[in-house]
Design a protein around this ligand. Structure first.
Ligand code: TRP
Length: 348
């Protein structure tokens, strides 16, 4: 592979995911399903953001495995290394360089207003600066590629707005260069965890791994909370408020949905039976993921090569951006002084 950046007329899209290990149902519905679609229409970069992961508690010895498992998950759901770039943040050091430069145009007050920061910092006695500056690195992730579109869940809209503000202030000070990236919202709406309480997360055990075996999918789905008004088998249910029904809409054959809804409303079918159908639908959709994951797990070198190629090509773009940014911000002093020694006055 050459280090030339791919020539493309397509608009550029960037998104990132934390290296949380094997992906789960929430990652899939909220992000990856859409990423797989976007890779056909845009010039896409997808990044496993290990440098964001260190802003919370973590074990260094666990991080490599979490990064690798997330890479396998992304390939398993269908990201195609021939269509998009897949890479790990720390392998393109320009992200952190740009983040530092962006710190100079980011008001602390705005960072302190971020909901995610407020939530996470409230639980800590000592707040790492990295937690506050997290969205600055996120802005650098996006803008180092001059990306115009960013697929994100609703929880990240505030960070994206901050990113646009950073681009705007930088452009006002140093000359228009960065785009103001737009969110591409998945439209999934709010899918709750299977406990019906919190958003899906592996640590809460309220979700299903995308590589789970059918029995495991069933053992998780059977625990799922349904319409609370449906206490007894004979109570009619309300598909509109039922999280299990919401999941049916994503996974079950659309032709079957009217029957699922009807049988719920009339109590013709019990919740357990309804969940059984859902578990089967999910298992069917995830089956090819398990197959592809097995393929890549047997070939770890192939995964490493894909990530290396991704980092190399992403790095080529990032280096071009940084050359311009350094010039604009006065860090091309060597060239400026060289020019002066050649006889001219130091100039830009
Ligand atoms: N903060 C995002 C999340 O937790 C992950 C992320 C990091 C990201 N950098 C990004 C998402 C850039 C989109 C664009 O989900």
């Amino acid at each position: 592979m050459s280090s030339q950046q791919p020539v493309s007329e397509k608009r550029r899209v960037f998104s990132g995911v934390q290296p949380s290990g094997e992906a789960h149902l929430g990652n899939y519905l909220g992000a990856f399903r859409q990423w797989v679609e976007l890779q056909d229409r845009y010039d896409c970069l997808f990044c496993i953001v290990d440098q964001h992961a260190i802003t919370g508690e973590y074990e260094p010895e666990d991080l490599p495995g979490r990064v690798f498992d997330m890479a396998v998950s992304l390939l398993a759901v269908g990201l195609d290394p021939d269509k998009c770039l897949l890479f790990v943040q720390s392998e393109v050091p320009e992200h952190t360089e740009l983040a530092w430069l962006f710190n100079s145009v980011t008001p602390v007050g705005e960072l302190e207003r971020m909901t995610q920061y407020k939530d996470k910092s409230a639980r800590l006695t000592s707040i790492p600066a990295g937690l506050l500056n997290y969205p600055v690195l996120q802005a650098a992730d996006i803008l180092v590629y001059l990306a115009e579109g960013v697929p994100v869940g609703e929880d990240q809209l505030q960070h994206l707005e901050l990113c646009r503000g950073i681009a705007r202030r930088w452009n006002a000070k140093y000359g228009v260069f960065f785009p103001e990236p737009q969110a591409i919202v998945s439209g999934t709406g709010r899918i709750m965890g299977l406990d019906g309480q919190a958003k899906m997360s592996k640590s809460l055990g309220n979700t299903v791994g995308i590589l789970a075996e059918p029995e495991e999918i069933w053992s998780q789905i059977r625990k799922a909370v349904t319409d609370p008004q449906r206490v007894r088998r004979s109570d009619p249910g309300r598909p509109e408020v039922c999280n299990v029904y919401a999941l049916h809409e994503f996974f079950t054959d659309p032709g079957q949905l009217p029957d699922i809804a009807e049988q719920c409303r009339t109590a013709g079918r019990g919740c357990v039976e309804c969940k059984r159908i859902l578990a089967d639908s999910i298992a069917a959709e995830f089956a090819p993921f398990r197959e592809r994951a097995a393929f890549y797990r047997e070939r770890p070198q192939e995964v490493l090569a894909i990530l290396a190629r991704g980092a190399e090509q992403a790095g080529a773009i990032a280096r071009q951006t940084m050359a311009q940014v350094r010039r604009s911000m006065g860090m091309d002093w060597r060239r400026a002084i060289d020019g002066a020694l050649d006889g001219g006055a130091p100039s830009a």
